[in-house]
Design a binder for this molecule. Structure first.
Ligand code: ADP
Ligand code: MG
Length: 238
């Protein structure tokens, strides 16, 4: 059974159809990169999966269960945004544990989950630091840590590295690969960066104007692009 299935999911804003009915299945443990030009609907699609935006039509299934109308915390889906806001007056530990705190989890459970997340993200030594004392890459790891404390079954990352400079991005790419190994989660990773998609993903989903142009393993897309758009986007040799 697929971990995530989108069945004829569409989205319109007013009379403007941003995403025509679209099907997508992502398997358990799979790491999918979602790529496509700015404005093609990637963030909107993630927000629909996370339950932050209602679909205009269609169904969202997690483990075969219809979650189309479910509230975000009931879906087992966590999302990390491009602009990750940390609370400036809280240390790293409090930032990571904040979601659990507002969910009124017990203090020792929060501590244990924060420690586990910090270990996965190599933030153990930084738990007492304040956000202003962190680098951009460390801050992004804290934002990821906050999301993984909820033990998501599906983990959505929306261009998490795009605010980082090129040098930091290289290091974070390694962190994402490590995280992927240590999490028992299905991941959808939106990126602008072809290198990231090619090196990190099991499959790449190429989107254009709300439609999926092609889905496949990185090397299949590279060597057998379905059309010129995919070839151009993936950088296939012509
Ligand atoms: P991407 O993440 O691929 O850059 P988005 O999903 O953010 O694209 O946006 C897809 C399209 O939907 C864009 O044309 C954008 O302007 C439009 N859009 C997104 N959110 C809204 C909204 N709340 N109201 C109206 N249009 C929106
Ligand atoms: Mg976006």
């Amino acid at each position: 059974m697929s971990k995530l299935a989108l069945q004829a999911v569409s989205k319109s804003f007013g009379s403007l159809e941003i995403i025509p009915p679209l099907d997508l299945t992502v398997e358990h443990g799979e790491f999918c990169a979602l790529v496509g030009p700015s404005g093609c609907g990637k963030s909107t699609l993630l927000r629909i999966i996370a339950g932050l935006e209602p679909a205009t039509s269609g169904r969202v299934l997690v483990d075969g269960e219809d979650v189309t109308g479910a509230e975000p915390p009931e879906r087992g889906v966590a999302m990390v945004f491009q602009s990750y806001a940390l609370y400036p007056h809280m240390n790293v530990s409090a930032n990571i544990g904040f979601g659990l705190k507002i969910a009124r989890r017990a203090a020792d459970e929060i501590r244990q989950k924060v420690d586990a997340a910090a270990e996965k993200l190599r933030l153990d030594a930084l738990l007492a630091r304040m956000p202003r004392e962190l680098s951009g890459g460390q801050r992004q790891r804290v934002a990821i840590g906050r999301a993984i404390t909820r033990d998501p079954k599906i983990f959505l990352l929306d261009e998490p590295l795009s605010n980082l400079d090129a040098a930091l991005r290289g290091g974070m790419r390694v962190e994402i690969a490590r995280l992927r190994q240590s999490l028992d989660a299905t991941m959808i990773y939106v990126t602008h960066d072809q290198v990231e998609a090619m090196t990190l993903a099991d499959r790449i989903v190429v989107m254009n104007k709300g439609r999926i142009e092609q889905i496949g393993a990185p090397m299949d897309l590279y060597h057998k692009p379905a059309n010129r758009f995919v070839a151009g986007f993936i950088g296939s040799p012509s």
